[in-house]
Design a protein around this ligand. Structure first.
Ligand code: T46
Length: 138
């Protein structure tokens, strides 16, 4: 888990807003094959509850505020994403949940691989078993 600060260009007038960018393999540690986003979620809702075997992802809250809980099987860490110029890298073998802190916050995700349900571990006991077996080299 690591926060990435993206490049940001503020316009001369605040009313014109800001532009943020980052480049695969340069500003984030992988190239992405897939982009998805989650929206229309109410405050207090928690999604996720899974880990990935091989998928790497970058999570960005492009609007609102979302708390990401990451668990490597030994310790848990919570990060609040509330700045569209920052992204949280979530690597392989991290159990994670996403809690919406504000109605209609939007979570944008860049993923290193195409969608593959067999890459998901959706059972926490199985996740812990794999951690203990050393499935992921830490
Ligand atoms: C993750 C967190 C951050 C697809 O068919 N294609 C896709 O690319 C994705 C991402 C999902 N789906 C299907 C799978 C489920 O039937 O969409 C449905 C909802 O997915 P899920 O319940 O896994 O959604 P979240 O919000 O719990 O998790 C998602 C990603 O699935 C997951 O990889 O790490 O966002």
């Amino acid at each position: 888990m690591r926060i990435h600060d993206f490049h940001k260009r503020n316009a001369e007038s605040p009313d014109l807003g800001s532009l943020v960018f980052f480049e695969a393999n340069r500003d984030i540690p992988f190239a992405f094959k897939r982009v998805y986003y989650t929206y229309g979620v109410k405050e207090g809702i928690i999604r996720g509850h899974h880990a990935h075997k091989a998928l790497e992802q970058l999570l960005i809250c492009v609007y609102g505020a979302i708390e990401i809980m990451c668990d490597d099987g030994e310790k848990k860490e919570c990060t609040v994403l509330d700045d569209p110029a920052k992204g949280l890298y979530v690597g392989t073998g991290i159990w994670h949940t996403m809690k919406w802190l504000k109605d209609d916050s939007v979570l944008l995700v860049l993923a290193s691989e195409y969608y593959d349900e067999s890459d998901y571990i959706r059972d926490y006991d199985e996740f812990i078993r794999l951690v203990k077996e050393g499935y992921w080299k830490r």
